[in-house]
Design a protein around this ligand. Structure first.
Ligand code: TEU
Length: 545
């Protein structure tokens, strides 16, 4: 029986493992080809078996789905696509019965252009909601400046009847909210309290380091008032000690993350930082401009974050999410060594200090997909393809980038079984199911004691059994080695060694003398020797002094 965590206490998340669900792709129960809340309810026992403590639920609020729900048109309503408010209340209740907290995904930097506030703001310059957004006078020919939107094009869209542009860091249908307006802030806090009162126990905060934007100075992230806003948000909306908050902060570095995740709880519990996940991106390029990962750089980065936040903040630990390609295809091997490399990557990550996040299907070793451009859904992918082909790029090269980095790699339907559509839907899936579902699926994994699923289950249970996972410090071994990622953790008399071979060849790795008394807590191979790591071999040794 799983030891329940006391979720009324600050810091319960330091021993927890969270699971991200992208609802649209998780489980469809009404045959419309889209995942829904009832589908998540169906799989709570699966998640309880895995052993996770919380579900980060990508947005299910009312939305026109321009950006798959990251364009919210009502912060206190459930979109009928996903079900009813009663379905949401049932999910919260049933998850809690299983010791699983619901963490909702809040998009506070921008709303949908179909939100009541924006519809009102469009009516006139002196409408009380007009100032909930960021407007600049203009002539409709020359935008206020040359800022670009993340999903392509100018960050400014002209509204002729107002003679003004509005600012949007993302899509045209995602107007930025003006956090300088106190009424707007208080409306957002009220929405958060609405969900806390319904039993939601945490929030993921979308691009939260971008809310203090100052477009006249071309500032988007880390604006001058950011920490003022974050502290007010924490005081006014996240009052309960046990509420867990994780901010998405693409601009975070260690010093900033120490403030974002300060132990006094003045801002957030932790952040998603993305330094590690950008290391295979060409310097000065975009995410689409890929280069091979150099393992020493990854090791240096993780070492800096582990040591930088030890006792001064708190790390999240992730490789996958709904915006990222699947890690087994990216830094593992999605062919012959798929399961071994998936387990190795999991070992490397879960052996560290922080809160691990498992993205739906990562526990199965799900892989990227290669689709023709017309089958993609993501507006970011479609805008990129159009822009780069117009700029003269070879369409095949653009497709290679999309196949490596496109967000839809993570959004193909969850693979539940070898049945039609991987058991995801009886209808037509909104995005094609990966054809490898016949061999890579939850049903097969649950029957295989050696599956990636049960390996993750064991990693999760180790975190709850051995305090060194939560409390230990971090020391990197063999920093220059380009094949092996090895480190030790130590907390008082408790010690562990994590050793991972990132390659498909055997790699020499001599277990330090001091570690040789350790017993194997977990490995993706049967007992091996202390001088050599087999292809993608991973192991954790544990000992006490
Ligand atoms: O993502 C922020 C974000 O910037 C990423 O979308 C990233 O820039 C992109 O994937 C890589 O170029 C958050 C959400 O996670 C994402 O799904 C939303 O699309 C975005 O914000 C807007 O809300």
């Amino acid at each position: 029986m799983r030891k329940a965590l006391d979720k009324t206490q600050r810091g319960w998340w330091k021993q927890a493992v969270f699971y991200q669900i992208y609802p649209k792709s998780f489980q469809d129960t009404d045959g419309d080809g889209l995942g829904d809340l009832a589908g998540i309810l169906q799989h709570l026992d699966y998640l309880e078996t895995l052993g996770i403590d919380g579900i980060w639920l990508s947005p299910v609020f009312a939305s026109p789905q321009a950006d798959n729900g990251y364009d919210i048109s009502d912060y206190c309503a459930i979109d009928p696509l996903f079900g009813s408010m009663e379905d949401m209340e049932t999910l919260i209740r049933e998850a809690k019965k299983r010791g699983i907290s619901i963490i909702m995904d809040l998009v506070l930097n921008h709303s949908s252009d179909e939100h009541f506030w924006f519809r009102e703001a469009l009516k006139s310059r002196d409408n009380p909601y007009h100032d909930y957004y960021v407007w600049r006078d203009g002539d409709g020919i020359t935008p206020p400046n040359d800022m670009r939107a993340t999903f392509g094009g100018s960050a400014w869209t002209f509204v002729p009847h107002l003679g003004q542009y509005y600012f949007h860091q993302f899509a045209v249908k995602q107007p930025d909210l003006n956090w300088e307006n106190e009424s707007l802030r208080r409306e957002l806090y009220r929405a958060i309290r609405f969900w806390v009162d319904k039993g939601v126990e945490g929030f993921r905060l979308d691009v939260i380091d971008q809310i203090a934007k100052e477009p006249d100075r071309k500032i988007t992230a880390n604006g001058p008032r950011l920490h003022e806003y974050l502290r007010e948000l924490s005081r006014e909306a996240f009052r309960e000690e046990g509420l867990v908050t994780v901010g998405e902060t693409w601009s975070a570095n260690v010093p900033r993350a120490q403030v974002f995740s300060a132990p006094d709880g003045s801002e957030m519990s932790m952040v998603f930082q993305f330094e590690h996940i950008c290391l295979d991106q060409k310097p000065g390029g975009e995410k689409w401009d890929v280069m091979p990962l150099e393992l020493p750089k990854l090791k240096e980065c993780f070492c800096r974050w582990q040591q930088g936040l030890h006792e001064t903040g708190w790390n999240s630990l992730f490789f996958d999410n709904h915006d990222l390609p699947r890690i087994v295809s990216r830094w593992g091997d999605d062919g012959e060594y798929r399961e071994l490399s998936a387990k190795m990557l999991a070992t490397m990550l879960h052996g560290m200090q922080g809160t691990p996040y498992i993205y739906q299907g990562e526990e199965l070793g799900m892989t990227n997909i290669r689709l023709p451009i017309e089958q993609y859904d993501d507006l970011e992918i479609k805008n990129l393809y159009r822009e780069r082909v117009e700029q003269g790029y070879d369409p095949q090269d653009v497709m290679e980038s999309i196949w490596k980095r496109g967000r839809d790699n993570a959004r193909t339907p969850m693979q539940w079984s070898g049945d039609k559509n991987a058991g995801f839907t009886q209808g037509t899936p909104w995005l094609p199911v990966n054809p490898n579902y016949e061999t890579i699926n939850a049903q097969a994994a649950l029957k295989d004691p050696d599956s990636v699923f049960y390996y993750y289950q064991k990693l999760i249970s180790l975190r709850k059994t051995y305090p060194v996972f939560r409390d230990g410090d971090f020391r990197l071994l063999c920093p220059e080695d380009s094949r092996v990622f090895a480190y030790t953790r130590e907390s008082g008399c408790r010690h562990m060694l994590v050793a991972c071979n990132f390659t498909k060849e055997s790699a020499a790795f001599s277990v330090p003398e001091a570690c040789r008394d350790g017993r194997v807590l977990i490995s993706n191979y049967p007992q091996g020797d202390m001088e050599q790591l087999r292809p993608y071999e991973a192991k954790i040794l544990y000992w006490e002094t």
